[in-house]
Design a protein around this ligand. Structure first.
Ligand SMILES: Nc1ncnc2c1ncn2[C@@H]1O[C@H](COP(=O)(O)OP(=O)(O)OP(=O)(O)O)[C@@H](O)[C@H]1O
Length: 579
């Protein structure tokens, strides 16, 4: 909780003081309004009698001094005062609600943004270590629950301030009864704070259950096709239903807890109202007006307390979501430790476009989910000159992708060196290194947007003529010409209406549009028929210029066009022909 409050304070900065001031002002106006009921009630009910409180006495004294002596005149002035107070209160309440909404929504958005930025700047091998469902759950459900926490906190801050104002008003009417109310509120607070442990426990369980739902959801969406083919829809639905039942039970338990607490506070409130009336009338000897105002205070205090205590439970219940966001952030940061890239600045040295690619005793190490280090691939020596097409082959799981991911700068060498000319791939140099790299992975990435936006992704600005040239090279021009909107056609659901091979061709075109002297194709043609693949590779070989093309492939087409062949077996890469 302390960490959450600290994070909110850091985010809010000086705004926090202003917001708290407005909350306090709104509460003070509420309290003043209640206390001012006293002279109205006493003027109405105790006309001519001497049973007047100090507040009324002082006000009537002032009325006498300014010559307002009739009850109607006094009530009119008091009425006008009330109207003014209500108007001022309404304005302050509006300000307060707007400020609080901006603060709490801003904090949630800031947390979400920080998490996205952290994830975006985390190394690919580090991200791979995390479960997709954990990251998704953090970015969606937990952020949603953080928004609920903020709502509960905002409401809590308001109702605490209101509760305090009611207590101060009670003291102004009668010290003894004010004190009695304070004791009762104190007892209620101790009870409510003790109760928060249960809410926190339930919230933690809900966190795990939500993660489970997210896991089943990703499994369901990613595996829908396979599940349909295996007629496993029933099994998927059953698992999903089990997870939902778990969260439903936890949510119902929390509602029951909240209801118990609410009933308890309501009961205590009713007893308090009774005690106030009896003690006030029988022992303290309050005037009718004072009793009326005290009853109004108790009646207003009770829902305010219910709301405060309920809010406390909601915060305790949703707090594990914030804890989980911070925990995932801490894990990401720990795994990323020492690997951060420095931003690329104008004038920073870049790898030479015509530099040789040289690997010496290079090795890729990763840490697995259990925290153990392991080597994915190692290569003693290779030297690739500009203008060479390199084929990387070997059995499945041998380490081919790991090798080309290293060369693409997705990994850093754990040992040895990777360099272009005299430019070394080192921590902090990856952004510069990657300015010369274009990478096409096996799984085509198409997002919801036009063909043009997909080709220019993430931030290229080139003429359509260059896009058509790249599409031609990737044998994808025909696909785009067939689309009614051509380059402006919207591709939906990750290009779901295109075939696997068509998606791969568009992604290959995207890789070719990028002006880079090192092109890495990691099984980027695996979904194409051999004839199409042969044409594409043949054209790439012909137009290679001073580029270096690395191509992971199981196909003989690629082998046939290669100037150099690298074979990877059991994590060890070696040269089959060439240097
Ligand atoms: N982050 C990681 N943590 C642990 N093991 C990993 C990680 N990444 C890859 N591996 C393992 O390293 C081995 C090499 O993987 P890699 O993807 O490089 O193989 P590959 O030769 O490209 O295989 P394929 O031809 O099937 O795509 C595999 O056994 C894989 O499971």
């Amino acid at each position: 909780m302390r960490e959450l409050l600290r994070a909110i304070m850091t985010y809010a900065g000086p705004r926090m003081g202003r917001t708290l001031f407005v909350i306090a002002l709104a509460a003070a106006l509420e309290g003043v309004g209640l206390v001012l009921l006293l002279p109205v009630a006493e003027t109405l009910f105790a006309e001519g009698s001497e049973a007047r409180s100090g507040v009324t006495g002082r006000l009537l004294g002032w009325f006498d001094s300014v010559g307002i002596t009739t009850v109607l005149g006094q009530l009119s002035v008091m009425g006008m005062g009330f109207v003014l107070l209500v108007a001022l209160r309404a304005y302050v309440l509006m300000k307060r609600d707007v400020m609080m909404a901006a603060l709490s929504q801003g904090f949630v958005d800031d947390t979400r943004q920080q998490f996205f930025t952290l994830l975006a700047h985390t190394d690919w091998p580090v991200i791979k270590r995390f479960r997709k469902s954990q990251l998704l759950n953090t970015m969606t459900t937990n952020i949603g629950r953080l928004a609920m926490t903020m709502q509960a906190l905002s409401k809590g801050a308001i109702t605490i301030a209101m509760g305090l104002a009611y207590l101060v008003a009670a003291f102004a009417v009668s010290f003894v009864l004010g004190f009695a109310l304070l004791v009762l509120v104190g007892i209620g607070t101790v009870f409510a704070v003790a109760w928060t442990r249960r809410s926190h426990r339930l919230g933690t369980k809900l966190n795990f259950a939500n993660r489970g739902i997210m896991h089943e959801t990703t499994l369901f969406l990613d595996g829908m096709k396979a599940a349909k083919a295996a007629r496993a829809e029933g099994e998927l639905s059953r698992r999903f239903a089990e997870r939902i039942a778990e969260t439903r039970a936890l949510n119902v338990q929390f509602v029951a807890q909240q209801a118990t607490l609410r009933n308890a506070v309501q009961l205590i409130g009713a007893v308090a109202a009774l005690v106030v009336l009896l003690v006030g009338y029988g022992f303290v000897g309050l005037t009718g007006g004072e009793l009326l105002v005290m009853a109004a205070i108790v009646l207003r205090l009770s829902p305010s307390l219910i709301s405060t205590f309920g809010g406390l439970q909601s915060v305790a219940h949703a707090l594990p979501a914030f804890e989980s966001i911070r925990e995932t952030e801490a894990q990401l940061k720990a795994a990323q430790e020492g690997r951060n890239d420095k931003p690329l600045l104008p004038g920073d040295p870049l790898p030479p476009e015509d530099g040789e690619l040289v690997l010496e005793n290079a090795q890729v190490d990763v840490v697995n989910e259990a925290g153990e280090g392991l080597t994915l691939v190692a290569m003693d020596h290779v030297r690739v000159a500009p203008g060479m097409l390199v084929h990387v082959g070997g059995p499945s799981g041998a380490g081919k992708s790991s090798l080309v991911e290293l060369i693409a700068g997705l990994h850093l060498p754990a040992r040895g060196s990777v360099q272009r000319g005299d430019f070394m791939l080192e921590p902090g140099q990856r952004r510069a290194w990657q300015t010369q790299v274009s990478f096409a992975p096996q799984e085509p990435f198409i997002f919801d947007g036009t063909v043009r936006e997909n080709l220019l992704w993430p931030n290229l600005a080139v003429e359509d003529a260059s896009l058509w040239h790249a599409l031609d090279q990737a044998e994808a021009a025909e696909i785009v010409r067939r689309l009614p909107g051509g380059l402006d056609e919207e591709l939906l659901d990750g290009g779901a209406r295109l075939s696997g091979g068509e998606r791969q061709r568009l992604c290959l075109a995207r890789a070719l549009v990028r002006p880079a002297s090192l092109l890495v194709l990691d099984e980027a043609t695996s979904a194409m028929d051999p004839e199409l693949e042969r044409r594409i590779i043949g054209r790439l070989r012909q137009d290679i210029g001073a580029r270096i093309i690395l191509m992971v492939s199981h196909s003989l087409n690629a082998v046939g066009f290669a100037d150099l062949r690298i074979e990877v077996a059991q994590g060890q890469a070696r040269i089959l022909n060439g240097n």
